[in-house]
Design a protein around this ligand. Structure first.
Ligand code: FMN
Length: 329
């Protein structure tokens, strides 16, 4: 039985380290509330040393925790390894009753994380993986999901891992259609997502190289997955869910002209809401400017003169300068 905090055919904004902290998630919710679901980036379970409940709450976000509408659409992600203090941390998260959904990151390709046998590495160690899944399942009594790649070095254990998750009571699997060794090269292989849908009876969430409203439709049609998660596509077009829901029944009407007309307003709205949230955190302007610059790497991809436009934003010497450029797009 489906037991997820979001409806079928949802569009999920992917967890992204360095991006989806609390102010970013709140700004997205305000600017583009059409996203059906959001998630924290991963919090690493330490191998040694204590950790406080306050740290967990801060990662999730104090305001999110206090605001039912926000927390209903926000998952909490952790990343762990065999020797880390998974049981202790999960017990502590379980005590925070407002956190209704825990997601385990099994896709992180970082060398450092994998050297510590965490992230995607666990997809190559079925015994360790099973033990970790059992520990989490036993100690977290609300929704528990995993987010995986299709393998570590190869895809040999893909089907076995899906069955493992289903057997151990995981409630949904998000699949990024690349192995760890592929990093971000080539294209995500949606065949694996399609195969997973046929293999397990728990919901599968498709992920990887969904960039446009047409891609959303294609992935739903081809994979028949429960829902779709977008990472880089959401950074490039944070208003993509709004567009999709507005045009889903008449996607052919969505010509380049319409997209161009709407884009300017969306971009300004995005940066306005981000500024408002970051300022509440007492972020100094130069820090906000740096974050804005990192987002502008994605957001101007489809604009005419994208390179030129991007480099003018990257050269902005103050937050005000960046904002002036925004109003001149
Ligand atoms: C900057 C960045 C940070 C990421 N951080 C995380 C993370 O904290 N947790 C996670 O599960 N995936 C993380 N990912 C992976 C994405 O959630 C997603 O699975 C991946 O980018 C593939 O989807 P896409 O093709 O839609 O981008 C990150 C990706 C990017 C680009």
């Amino acid at each position: 039985m489906r037991k997820l905090p979001f409806k079928e055919r949802s569009l999920l904004f992917a967890p992204m380290e360095g991006v989806t902290d609390e102010p970013y998630r709140i700004a997205i919710e305000r600017a583009f509330p059409e996203w059906d679901y959001l998630c924290t980036d991963f919090l690493r379970v330490p191998t040694v040393g204590a950790f406080s409940s306050q740290k967990l709450i801060n990662h999730y976000g104090q305001k999110v925790l206090r605001t039912p509408e926000l927390r209903k659409k926000t998952g909490f992600q952790i990343l762990t390894s065999y020797r880390a203090q998974t049981e202790e941390m999960v017990k502590q998260i379980n005590e925070i009753k407002e956190i209704e959904h825990l997601d385990l990151n099994l896709g992180c390709p970082s060398k450092k994380v994998n050297a510590h046998k965490g992230g995607a590495y666990l997809l190559s160690e079925m015994n360790e993986l099973r033990e970790i899944i059992q520990i989490i399942r036993k100690n977290f009594d609300r929704t528990f999901t995993v987010k995986i790649r299709i393998g570590y070095k190869d895809t040999d254990r893909f089907i076995d891992s899906l069955k493992l998750f289903e057997d151990e009571g995981v409630e949904a699997i998000t699949i990024h259609g690349r192995t760890r060794d592929q990093l971000y090269r080539g294209f995500a292989n949606w065949d694996f997502i399609k195969e997973a849908v046929k293999t397990v009876s728990i919901p599968v969430i498709g992920n990887g190289d969904v960039w446009t409203v047409h891609d959303i439709d294609r992935m739903f049609d081809y994979c028949e997955c429960d829902s779709i998660m977008l990472g880089r596509g959401a950074l490039k077009t944070p208003w993509l869910a709004s567009l999709y829901y507005q045009y889903q029944d008449r996607l052919d009407d969505l010509d380049d002209f319409t997209l161009l007309q709407e884009r300017r307003t969306y971009v300004q709205n995005y940066f306005d809401e981000l500024e408002r949230e970051y300022k509440k955190e007492e972020n100094i302007n130069v820090r906000i400017l740096n974050r804005f610059k990192s987002f502008s790497r994605y957001i101007f991809d489809d604009f005419e003169n994208a390179e030129q436009l991007r480099s003018s934003f990257l050269r902005a010497n103050s937050l005000d300068h960046f904002k002036d450029l925004l109003y001149d797009i």
